[in-house]
Design a protein around this ligand. Structure first.
Ligand SMILES: Nc1nc2c([nH]c(=O)n2[C@@H]2O[C@H](COP(=O)(O)OP(=O)(O)OP(=O)(O)O)[C@@H](O)[C@H]2O)c(=O)[nH]1
Length: 128
């Protein structure tokens, strides 16, 4: 099982950050919450801070943990641990994604998401 952490980043206007995985990678062309694999011996919080710095060039404060999702993609099974996050410094840059988009809650279901992220969307936007 691959341990993965991801950040649900909210801005001051109540929008959330969606990130497009580049074509050619696993689940390329689908939207995700930014994050990545937890290194051996690393805490989920530390992994998330590290990954968001590497991918987005920002420093985040890690907040509330959401419900983890175990998802079997056939070729791999992941355990995705989401956390609410807030950017505390830095200017957002798409260092590893094809596109970054701040979305209002109503826009989230319109994007094609990675399957493992659907339960997370339902948890944060229960009516969506
Ligand atoms: N970061 C991230 N990964 C996700 C999400 N949903 C989801 O199914 N995944 C899957 O979780 C796995 C690990 O994510 P990753 O971002 O570290 O994987 P990667 O292959 O891009 O990293 P790498 O190229 O550095 O090895 C990937 O197979 C990815 O498709 C998500 O919301 N965020």
């Amino acid at each position: 099982m691959l341990e993965v952490v991801c950040g649900v980043i909210e801005d001051s206007e109540g929008r959330f950050l969606a990130c497009l995985r580049p074509a050619g990678k696993h689940l390329g062309g689908l939207w995700e919450f930014p994050g990545g694999k937890i290194d051996p011996g690393e805490s989920p919080d530390a992994a998330l801070v590290r990954e968001l710095k590497e991918e987005l060039a920002v420093d985040v404060e890690v907040g509330r943990a959401l419900t983890p999702v175990v998802w079997n993609y056939g070729e791999i099974t992941i355990r995705l641990q989401p956390f609410i996050c807030r950017i505390v410094s830095g200017e957002l840059r798409a260092l590893e994604h094809e596109e970054l988009r701040w979305c209002a809650p109503a826009d989230f279901p319109r994007l094609p998401w990675a399957d493992a992220d659907i339960p997370i969307l339902r948890e944060i936007f229960p009516t969506g």
